[in-house]
Design a binder for this molecule. Structure first.
Ligand code: RB5
Length: 148
């Protein structure tokens, strides 16, 4: 899969670990940073990754901040993005199967590396099941249209 990654200073260490795991598993990864602990604003990182995803070049995007919360809130403000903040593998699978999340968000200060990798694997190996879930996603999209 082609996967785009991004993080703030609270998430970059976990992002780097996950990038290595993804590359070892044969995925094609684009890392939009950051790559050190200099303080940045997570909405900027969310915007970079979501815009890259919306270009159509990627299967999905992964975002990392300290908790995964702020960066998911920011990502969900962008039209066409369904970002799921996930902290367990079951939720990660559901985020794809039921919610067709195109971005998942993880906390670099809240998750251990092995748990985080199991979450990413669960998300990447799941498939959207459609049917009634598509109807619900269409309603989410309709809510998004109302904002304009
Ligand atoms: C940055 O200190 C921190 O607030 C950020 O990484 C994230 O946890 C926000 O939700």
């Amino acid at each position: 899969m082609k996967i785009v990654l991004g993080a703030d200073h609270g998430g970059y260490l976990l992002k780097d670990y996950i990038r290595e795991q993804l590359e070892a598993a044969g995925h094609e990864v684009t890392d939009l940073g950051v790559n050190d602990s200099t303080s940045v604003d997570y909405p900027d990182q969310a915007a970079k990754v979501c815009e890259a995803y919306l270009s159509g070049d990627y299967t999905c995007g992964l975002l990392f901040c300290g908790t995964g919360i702020g960066i998911s809130i920011a990502a969900n403000k962008i039209k066409g993005i369904r970002a799921a903040h996930v902290a367990d593998a079951f939720s990660a699978r559901m985020a794809r199967e039921h919610n067709n999340a195109n971005i998942i968000c993880l906390g670099g200060r809240t998750l251990g590396t092995e748990l985080a990798w199991s979450i990413v694997e669960a998300y990447l190996s799941a498939e959207f099941v459609g049917d009634r879930h598509q109807r619900r996603i269409d309603k989410i999209t309709a809510l998004e249209e109302q904002k304009e």
